[in-house]
Design a protein around this ligand. Sequence first.
Ligand SMILES: [Mg+2]
Length: 346
Amino acid sequence: MSHRLRNIIPVRWSNICKHRCFPATIDSRVWCCRNSNRGQLEMEQLGVCASNSSPDIVVGDPELLEKKIAAIRLAGPEKLQVIADFDATLTTYWINGRRGQSCHGLLQQGNPKYDIKRQELKEYYHPLEFNPTIPLDEKAKLMEEWWEKAHALLIEGGLTYDAIKKSVDNATIAFREGVVELFEFLEEKEVPVLIFSAGLADVIEELLRQKLHRSFKNVKIVSNRMVFNLSGQLVSFKGKTIHSLNKNEHALDMAAPVHDRLGDANGLIDDTASVKKRTNVLLLGDHIGDLRMSDGLNYETRISVGFLNHNVADSLDSYCKAFDVVYLNDAPMRGVVNLVSQLCSI
Ligand SMILES: [Mg+2]
């Protein structure tokens, strides 16, 4: 959150209620902004709507958002960076009525015995991740245990880079409509994009290659990085394990040493220092915990965008309090494209 703006303009929850209408049922396409002409008009003026008729957006405090947009525009694109979560943020939550896979979940290592073992780990640890009775530090240790066991199974089971390619080819996963436009626009404006993920950097890169058919010199991935031997077989992982509960700790510090295959040599991000000089942030996530991705940065102004993909009625209040802009029901990325073009306009 922009502490500076927060101090000047306290968020007023009453405004949130003023600018939206709550539904009796979960049908956001009817109830979000469509029922509020004033609210819809403000969203359009702020340039965050995916289209003029899109109701799938909630802005808790339009005045605060407007001030943040103005502050970022004034500072210019050279002060801006985008920090994005990967799974269910850059990718869709649903695909043809089926839950989209995560970059960990799609991996088939070509050895069914080991795929089953990793699935068993998931069945054991996943409920623990969301168990409210386990203290956070204990839970973080459990997550580290899960990730490290899963990674060890990938090595032991002889994962190859070819298996990654094949898994991506067969995966039920898709980028949100508008992601290419977003990256292209930001590349043109020389605005760096950091993708922070507790998944697998090599899988994310293969997804970019196969699904988007191109690379972007401004996009850098901070995630678990594999090391392959000359035969293309996984032999180890580089650096500290990034899991779901530590991915945001010192995330920006982890950004420097990663080296990806996506144009790093001519990339726009040289080191952590250059990232840290970009003190305005557009943050994209699908969990409230994703807001911590900017923790390592002493930012001046941050606009946070949350994708509330499911359980809209239960989570809308908390998402509206946490994020400046909330897109509902697996919305496309077009609204964010509109927003960044506002942020980068002179
Ligand atoms: Mg996510």
